[in-house]
Design a protein around this ligand. Sequence first.
Ligand code: PLP
Length: 395
Amino acid sequence: MTADKLAFINDDIAALKEQGLFINIRTIQSPQGAWVEVDGKRALNLCSNNYLGLANHPALKEAAQRAIERYGVGPGAVRSIAGTLDIHLQLEERLARFKGVEGVISFQSGFCANLAVIPALVEREDVIFSDELNHASIIDGSRLSRAQIERFPHADPTALEQMLAEKRGNFRRALVVTDGVFSMDGDIAPLDKEYQVAERYGCLFMVDDAHGEGVMGHGGRGIVDHFGLHGQVDVEIGTLSKAFGVMGGYVAGKKLITDYLRQRARPFLFSSAATPADVAACLAGVDLLESSTALVDQLWANTRFFKAEMQRLGFDLGRSVTPITPVMLGEAPLAKEFSRQLFEEGVFAMALGFPTVPRGKARIRVMVSATLQQRDLEFGLEAFARVGKRLGVLR
Ligand SMILES: *Cc1c(COP(=O)(O)O)cnc(C)c1O
């Protein structure tokens, strides 16, 4: 009986394998950095979101160790009962200053931050206008809210305006939500135009800055800083798991909203707080970013060099304008074979296929990092050139 009840799983796995979409997850045996030990092999790391190298930075590690000595390893409870430490509040104050907002509330992850804020802002009587390429956590947070979800064409403020003109009037509250930097293509939302449209139709406006944090704006202050929209965007989502190199997420915006979430956000009220070590490491990360723009500058210098050389080789990098560098290959089996051959050449870069990206748009996604030295970038470029020629992607 059990075998029959679970047959759908075997069927689905077989289908994934047949379509070249089954994910083989590699194991890392070293810290994150320019080079990592992967499945027993030393390889150039071109696929982590550790943009600035903070995941293994001495200052963050030392801060985490000191926090363990002082506070122990676990928070002991959810924040609203007995889990809020003084360092949780310090981190929120420091992040608010860094982002130039009134208030911040931190969560266990960026994913949790989206699940927390969207259902607190809109409900069954309301509507969400959501970019069609938004991150899965925005989609899930939107579904949890029970509001009606209207997907607008990607990064298209004109189409958004038409939808608002047609539909906004049928609902009580409305939320317009978009990723700032789109994680699969590395393009950015036209935030200034979308904000103006949202404002004209009386909608709340929210941006998920997970890949903009530590990357875009002055010294990595994010996409809102990049567009100079301080005080205008109602809600910003940040993650501490990417450029910040640790783990966690947050909602930034008006204090009215972030304080409200302390009363209403379910991941805040029903899931334990982030650990002292994580929080202390994040505080050290804010210190670093506030003290110097050197890491962010290095990230962009590496990005400009790598992308120019890849384009010179003849690769199609899609519409990327950020360190996220998709190498467009088409069908998933080709992308997987490309990734496998890169690994044989000592380069760790993952293939992404459906459902992470649309069908027929499989790719290798290279994540440029500030930790890469010039010789590392050249090593990666040479491997891409060899595999590209071997597989007939380059002529
Ligand atoms: C990665 C990502 C998240 C999730 O952040 P975590 O801190 O890893 O949970 C949310 N939104 C976007 C746009 C992301 O890219």
